[in-house]
Design a protein around this ligand. Structure first.
Ligand code: ADP
Length: 802
């Protein structure tokens, strides 16, 4: 039943089969016990079967077997003890015997269970350790194969036993190639001896682990540096089996190291050759110095080692007076982290005082606190000495400057005073010259005026000769006065020039016309320049005439009878023109040429009886220079002289439609009986005027010796003409003129102004104030009479002439 039930429960299952087998075996044991009549030996059959089932290591058959024995012995042993317990006592006490048997069975079962569990544990341990071994083997293999560096097992003969992929790649060989070779064949020949020796030492046990930097050679001959580490693997008794080696390609590392070394060498050289001490040190008077460059020795006499060994040295060598300041600078940099800038003195080992400038940058820790500083100590002793001497010099210089300034101030004061004196003197000179001119011209006016009057009268030849002498002397004196005055004006910068475009052709023609009579007199030929009507000079027309007249007159005066004078132009530069006057005279020696332009140097001309003042060339030069020009002379003694004047050129002026000035030739008009008012303070001039106008022309003459009196007379008598002197005792001629023009009676009356001052400025002022003509003293009788006639000409006739 039970079998059928079990079979139906798990037919075909493993458990079912083992349970069936166990029950079958025990049943056969029970049958054997019964068949043997319960002999003890047959009972052991049970134990054996239980033991066998134990080996099966399955609780189900084991417990079934135990249960079977217990049930069998309990049931059969008590029901039929003689078939179970062979012993007679068993029949008497079947339960006792059944109990004993059960005890045995249980004890055996317990023993079996214990042995079973132990076996199981032992087996689990074995399984676990083999698992671990496999894992470790796997790990080793993985580590070996995947190691990023080359790994190899090398036999003691040097042949490769096992190699990993990294090594193959590194050495450029396949695994098979490597396994067929030894480490020696792939070692660089230069490293072979070292390599062998190292392996020998390793093998001999002199070293535990071999470390060697050596070169390997790839099949293409390319060598590379590698770091080799090797250690020996021993067996149990301690015999060496093989080497485990690690090979790392350090080519890049070595070249990086080489670069690094090179860079480090360069920086070291740089630091060491800086002509100052470079350092790294902690702050404070006993701060540790980490580095100091070798310059410290030449600067202070201490070797870097000595300096670094003694942290107090820096403070000790500092000149005591500088310590407080230097330490304050040091502390400031340490607390603020700002760069250190300090100057102090250090005493060198041999006692010299060395001025240093200490400049350092703080190095901060993670919290930003300065921990030490990198700096530089610059020897500034020479600079300080120079500075000191400069300061000393500066002080000395300052003293001298003050002294000199005082002297200069004094000199300036003297100069100012001298200048004032000179200016006063100059003013005085000008005033004197002006006064002298007036004073000299007034009598000259009489001399020349009366002389001219006499000249026109019928005289005996002797008297005529005398009159001519008077006139000649007077004119010479007049020339002299004019030239002296001109030179004085130029020197005191009072010469007024009116620079305007002047046709050089016009000027030369006019001047040539003037000189022509004199030249003709001496049989001298005058050759004019080729006309250049487009050429205009920026100059003062009158003064240029004066200059050219002087040069031409000289060329005629100082020439041989029958000689020649040539005038020509030369373009030195596009903006200038030179006018040359060349004569065939005696020429001027080099020595004389140097004195030519000095006033009153006539170079012996006076002895030769040539008339002149000795002022012409001096004045000419001054005038040319005042007109922005230059003058020069070239001469060859015996052949003649060439004077040249160079002046700035300018553009031609716009054509002007101004009316021309009255020409000087007048139609003979009847002026008899006309009234002339002469306002003049000099009585001799009154007389002269009387002779001229009353005696000769039968005119009526009114005279006034003062300006105001003149104005009254003019209003009262309404004269036909007024002749007005510019210098009057009570008022100026200009004011009188204005008064005349303001009065309806005299507004239209012609006025001829006569002045000893013939400057263009004076003339312009008078003409602007309303004068009809301006004449200079001394009087040119002919010109005066012409001007009078012109002034009295009927308006319409005058207009016609214009
Ligand atoms: P002046 O003619 O009134 O004596 P200048 O100043 O004009 O004064 O001339 C100074 C001197 O230079 C003259 O006295 C004369 O000896 C000399 N001199 C000037 N021009 C010539 C010349 N063309 N040839 C030779 N000598 C000259």
């Amino acid at each position: 039943m039970a079998f059928a039930a079990l079979a139906s429960l798990n037919a075909g299952g493993r458990k079912f089969r083992s349970a069936m087998a166990a029950l079958g075996l025990l049943t056969s044991s029970a049958v054997l016990v019964h068949l043997s009549g319960g002999t003890i030996e047959m009972h052991f059959h049970f134990f054996v079967i239980v033991g066998v089932l134990t080996l099966y290591e399955d609780w189900l058959p084991f417990l079934l077997a135990i249960g079977y024995v217990v049930v069998h012995h309990g049931l059969i042993g008590s029901l039929s003890p003689e078939t179970v317990f062979h012993h007679p006592a068993g029949q008497a006490h079947p339960w006792t015997w059944a109990g004993i048997h059960a005890g045995f069975v249980l004890a055996a079962a317990a023993a079996y269970v214990v042995s079973w569990r132990l076996t199981e544990q032992a087996r689990a341990q074995v399984a676990e350790s083999s698992l671990r071994l496999a894992e470790s083997e796997e790990r080793f293999r993985g580590a070996f194969e995947n190691a990023p560096i080359g790994v190899a097992l090398v036999g003691l003969d040097g042949g490769f036993v096992r190699v990993n992929g990294s090594l193959c790649r590194m050495l450029g060989r396949s695994e098979d190639e490597l396994l067929a070779t030894t480490f020696e064949t792939i070692t660089h020949p230069d490293d072979l001896v070292r390599s062998r020796e190292a392996h020998r030492q390793l093998l001999a046990g002199d070293i535990g682990t071999l470390r060697l930097e050596k070169r390997y050679v790839r099949p293409d001959g390319d060598a590379f540096w590698a770091q080799l580490s090797a250690s020996t693997v021993y067996d149990d008794p301690g015999r060496p089996l093989y080497w485990v080696t690690h090979v790392e390609d350090i080519d890049q590392r070595r070249s990086a190291e080489a670069h690094l070394r090179e860079a480090e060498r360069k920086y070291r050289l740089l630091v060491e050759q800086v002509p100052s001490v470079v350092y790294t040190a902690e702050y404070g008077e006993s701060g540790r110095w980490y580095y100091v460059s070798p310059r410290i020795e030449s600067m202070l006499g201490f070797t870097p080692e000595k300096w670094l060994a003694d942290p107090d040295l820096w403070y000790e060598r500092m000149v005591p007076e500088d310590r407080e300041r230097a330490m304050a600078d040091d502390a400031r940099s340490r607390t603020t982290g700002e760069p250190l800038r300090s100057e102090y003195r250090l005493r060198s080992r041999d006692g010299r005082v060395v001025w240093v400038r200490d400049e350092a940058e703080a190095v901060l820790d993670d919290e930003g606190n300065p921990v030490f500083h990198h700096g530089i100590l610059v020897d500034i002793t020479l600079q300080k000495e120079a500075q000191n001497s400069v300061e000393r010099l500066a002080v000395a210089l300052e003293g001298r400057v003050i002294e000199r300034t005082a002297e200069l101030e004094e000199a300036n004061q003297e100069l100012r005073e001298a200048k004032e004196v000179a200016e006063r003197a100059n003013r005085a000179k000008s005033e004197f010259l002006s006064r002298m001119s007036h004073e000299l011209r007034t009598p000259l006016n009489a001399i020349l005026g009366f002389g001219q009057l006499l000249e026109t009268s019928t005289l005996s030849p002797d008297d005529d000769e005398s009159v001519q002498q008077i006139l000649k002397g007077g004119r010479h004196l007049l020339d002299l006065i004019n030239e002296v005055l001109d030179i004085a004006r130029i020197e005191s910068s009072k010469l007024s020039l009116s620079l305007e475009p002047v046709s050089v052709d016009d000027v030369i023609r006019e001047v040539t016309d003037l000189v022509l009579p004199l030249a003709a007199e001496r049989g001298i030929e005058l050759r004019g320049p080729s006309p250049d009507p487009s050429c205009f000079l920026l100059t003062d027309r009158q003064r240029l005439k004066q200059v050219m007249l002087n040069l031409l007159a000289n060329a005629v005066k100082y020439n041989h009878e029958g000689g020649s004078v040539t005038v020509f132009y030369h373009d030195d530069r596009p903006d200038r023109l030179s006018i040359w006057v060349t004569d065939t005279g005696p020429g001027i020696s080099q020595e004389d040429r140097e004195r030519l332009f000095i006033p009153f140097h006539r170079l012996g001309a006076e002895q030769r009886g040539v008339e002149g003042t000795g002022l012409g060339l001096a004045l000419t030069k001054a005038l040319v220079q005042a007109m922005n020009g230059s003058i020069g002379v070239e001469s060859e003694v015996g052949r003649g002289s060439s004077f040249w004047v160079s002046l700035p050129r300018t553009e031609a002026p716009e054509p002007s439609h101004d009316h021309k000035a009255p020409s000087g030739t007048f139609a003979p008009l009847s002026i008899r009986g006309r009234t002339v008012l002469y306002i003049e303070d000099n009585p001799s001039n009154h007389t002269l005027m009387e002779r001229l106008l009353v005696d000769r022309l039968d005119m009526r003459l009114l005279t006034a010796i003062q300006g105001r009196m003149g104005l009254d007379l003019a209003r009262e008598h309404a004269p036909h003409l007024i002749v007005l002197d510019a210098h009057l005792p009570d008022t100026s001629g200009q004011e009188v003129l204005s008064g005349l023009r303001a009065d309806p009676v005299t507004r239209e009356t012609p006025v001829i102004v006569m002045s000893a001052d013939g400057s263009p400025g004076q003339m312009r002022r008078m003409m602007t104030a309303g004068a009809n003509a301006f004449l200079t003293k001394p009087l040119d009788v002919k010109l005066f009479l012409e001007t009078v006639a012109e002034a009295l000409a009927p308006r319409d006739l005058a207009r016609d002439r214009e």
